[in-house]
Design a protein around this ligand. Sequence first.
Ligand SMILES: *Cc1c(COP(=O)(O)O)cnc(C)c1O
Length: 232
Amino acid sequence: MSSEIKERYKNTLTRIDAACKNAGRDPSEITLVAVSKTKPDEDVLALVKEGQLHFGENRAKALETRMQNIEDESVQWHFIGNLQTNKIKYMAHRVNWIQSVHKKKALKEIEKRASREGRTINALIQVNISDEDQKSGCDPKDLEKILKYGQDLKHTRVRGLMGMATFTDDHDIVRPEFKLLKQLSDEHQHLNDGAVNLEHISMGMTNDFEVAIEEGSTMVRIGTAIFGERNY
Ligand SMILES: *Cc1c(COP(=O)(O)O)cnc(C)c1O
């Protein structure tokens, strides 16, 4: 089992390299977040052994359990799911990145909890870039006020944007959505005399990460291509 994962992982890294080459980009610009949701701890540990550092979960409870079970201090944990403000307290002691922040109220709660823990938590603002209603994220027109609020926080570092494209294999549908996120990042970069610094654009999943890399992604969130199909 773990040898299969190892092989799929290597294969995914090769595909990321190829996509970068194709787009004239350096693979070191891309952070791979391995999305381990629903998969057993052994699968995560197999990848930690291969040197994979970033892991993502989309449910607060699952993340909490995972952070408890995998004790490796070098691992960076990402929360990527729909963020309920009242769940932030369960992850603040260990989570490194919360990618799905879509309102000021969530930033305020992250700040409060991170401060109590004496920690700094990285945040990405999730923007709604597809018209599917089930996808969360802020409206692009609310981005500026959320970013301005975020820049004054002491224990929360807002480091970029995150988006999810329409779930489809059709590149003609996802490409303009990725372009929109990149454009929003460019427009809001250095807002307030440079105080806002959007280093990251988290976009691209198993179906579409090559397109996302072509369109300027710096962080890809990949589950299925690495861990295999999920059955839920
Ligand atoms: C599940 C999930 C992913 C990874 O999806 P795959 O298609 O399995 O690569 C990425 N981002 C978010 C927010 C997810 O929930």
